[in-house]
Design a protein around this ligand. Structure first.
Ligand code: TPP
Length: 564
């Protein structure tokens, strides 16, 4: 049988480690979907809509390192751009694949369905260029191998999404077979001279400082390349305090004696800010400083920073390109002097552990009690997803035992991300226990994707915290728009069962009811369990309120007029 463009793409996806592809069908991609389906190593995963499809692929990329999302032209792709934006901001190689019009239509100036009603069909490619690291449109079948390989290679190297557009009449067109996959996946190694120079320079810089601290950011894990293990070695060689940004929670073990908490300015955990602000040298590894992660810029460190990134190192007075993070950290680990001054100081500053009060079974449910019960669920095989909202703050404060994983979408911050993303993640990691903490407002955005968890019998536990509205927004800037329609969430989830599902929906108003519901969830191994936790509207974390005030102040800075 004839080998086609669609077969080529399928084979490349398999070769880079993709086992599931997320799709919504449409007439511009149907032949392509048939071709992908025909590959025995790919499982097709249908989603309820393209926003959810792209976010499911975003979550799959977190678990698998790379993912694919296949949609139809415009009506599909424009919705999938949102999850693609997330993958860009969160440094995940998501391959967005869109069907497109028949190659004869543009030159014949035909008007087509699902388009803007003009005869220019290049707009989708032009839009995709802005939100991917490489966007290609295949115009002739013989170009497919080159363009597909190029887009995938760029995405893998940059840890960013790419875009591949395939006309509806080319997916089934004849194509040559692919060459060795190593040509697409071969890594870029460090420039030896630059690596040596960067490590020497960094070791010298650090040796001239008295109070070095390491700050870990979310791009550490995304860099791959053994960077996480290398950082652990470096930290132990330095003996200094290691603080972690909220979006990097879990990237440095929280039970390690040098872990000093989550650095998030005034809403830090374990007083991490006290030691970060005391430091005279800050080695920033894959850090991301935004208005959110710096609490409205109030926590932006004011000393010169050494920044080690995926492919370069920059510090006061020097810059080194083409230095791989893993190699740099390992190299530096052999050259640094041991200096535990910041650990000695931190051990004085460290707050005493707070005794968590256990509620009586009949007590009304509170945010603190929900956190206490979720804490007890965390083990070496748990992955906790925390959604935008107070779940960020409640989740960040939990202690991760060894092996527990934490997922947060703090850069893009799309409410509704957690449901499809957890679905995509759990498909790839059926061996882990996936738990989602999500607010009522966020849940309403992507609720349909619970039905895919039902379809694939995934035992995800969804802890839905119902505080009747957009509380995080109330704290930043309140108005009537922050109130939402209440739903019967427990019933809704059961409706997704249709005639054959195993989802359970429960609601808890007391501590005892939550305990019982958690037991039901742990026994439901054949489908998702949603637990609606009703709490008082005013029951939100001190950290959310404090953070909200500073972010609101940053948002409200008056325009600075130049030349006035
Ligand atoms: N639209 C999208 C797609 N993403 C957003 N982040 C927002 C709007 C703005 N936004 C941020 S948080 C939020 C909104 C609307 C409300 C979240 O409410 P909820 O999930 O109930 O969590 P809570 O704050 O109550 O804990």
């Amino acid at each position: 049988t004839k080998y086609t463009v669609g077969d080529y793409l399928a084979e490349r996806l398999v070769q880079i480690g993709i086992r599931h592809h997320f799709v919504v069908p449409g007439d511009y991609n149907l032949v392509l979907l048939d071709k992908l389906q025909a590959n025995p190593n790919l499982t097709e995963v249908g989603c309820a809509n393209e926003l959810n499809c792209s976010l499911a692929a975003e979550g799959y990329a977190r678990a698998n390192g790379v993912s694919a999302c296949v949609v139809t032209f415009s009506v599909g792709a424009l919705s999938a751009f949102n999850g693609t934006g997330s993958a860009y901001a969160e440094n995940l190689p998501l391959i967005l694949i869109s069907g497109s019009p028949n190659t004869n239509d543009a030159s014949q100036f035909h008007l087509l369905h699902h388009t803007l009603g003009t005869t220019d069909y290049s707009y989708q490619l032009e839009m995709a260029k802005k939100i991917t690291c490489c966007a290609v449109a295949i115009a002739r079948a013989h170009e497919a191998p080159r363009l597909i390989d190029r887009a995938i290679r760029h995405a893998l190297l940059a840890r960013k999404p790419c875009y591949i557009e395939i006309p509806t009449n080319l997916s089934g067109a004849e194509c040559v077979r692919p060459g060795p996959i190593s040509a697409v996946t071969y890594p870029i190694t460090s420039d030896k001279a630059a690596l040596e120079a960067a490590a020497n320079c960094a070791a010298e810089y650090l040796s001239g400082k008295l109070k070095p601290v390491i700050l870990v950011g979310p791009k550490l894990r995304r860099a791959g390349d053994g960077a996480e293990e290398a950082l652990l070695k470096l930290a132990e060689a330095m003996g200094c305090a290691v603080a972690v940004q909220p979006a990097a929670k879990g990237m440095f073990p929280e039970d390690h004696k040098q872990f000093v908490g989550i650095f998030w300015g005034t809403v830090s955990t374990d007083a991490a800010d006290s030691i970060v602000h005391w430091a005279d040298a800050l080695l920033c590894v894959g850090t991301v400083f935004t208005d959110y992660s710096t609490v409205g810029w109030t926590a932006m460190p004011d000393i010169p920073l050494m920044a080690a990134e995926m492919d370069h190192v920059t510090f006061p007075g020097a810059h080194f390109s083409r230095v791989r993070l893993g190699e740099f950290l390992s190299h530096l680990a052999t050259q640094v002097k041991y200096n535990n001054s910041t650990m000695i100081e931190y051990n004085h500053l460290k707050p005493d552990p707070v005794l968590v009060h256990t509620a009586a079974p009949g007590d009304e449910l509170t945010r603190k009690e929900i956190s206490r019960q979720i804490q007890a669920l965390l083990g070496p095989k748990t992955t906790l997803f925390v959604e935008t909202g107070d779940s960020w703050f409640n989740g960040v404060q939990l202690k991760l035992p060894p092996g527990a994983q934490f997922e947060i979408e703090m850069a893009w911050g799309h409410i509704g991300w957690s449901i499809p993303a957890a679905f995509g993640y759990a498909l790839r990691h059926p061996d882990r226990k996936t738990i989602v903490m999500v607010g009522d407002g966020s849940f309403q955005v992507t609720a349909q994707e619970v039905s895919q968890m039902v379809r694939f019998n995934l035992p995800i536990t969804i802890v839905l915290i119902n505080n009747r509205g957009y509380t995080i927004e109330v704290e930043i800037h309140d108005g009537s728009y922050n109130k939402i329609k209440n739903w019967n969430y427990a019933l809704l989830v059961q409706a997704f069962n249709g005639e054959d599902g195993n989802a359970k929906g429960l609601s808890a108003k007391t501590a005892g009811e939550l305990q019982d519901a958690i037991k039901v969830a742990s026994e439901n191994t054949q489908g998702p369990t949603l637990i609606e936790c009703s709490i008082d509207q005013d029951d939100c974390s001190r950290e959310l309120i404090t953070w909200g005030h500073f972010v609101a102040a940053a948002n409200a800075r008056p325009p600075r007029l130049s030349g006035a």
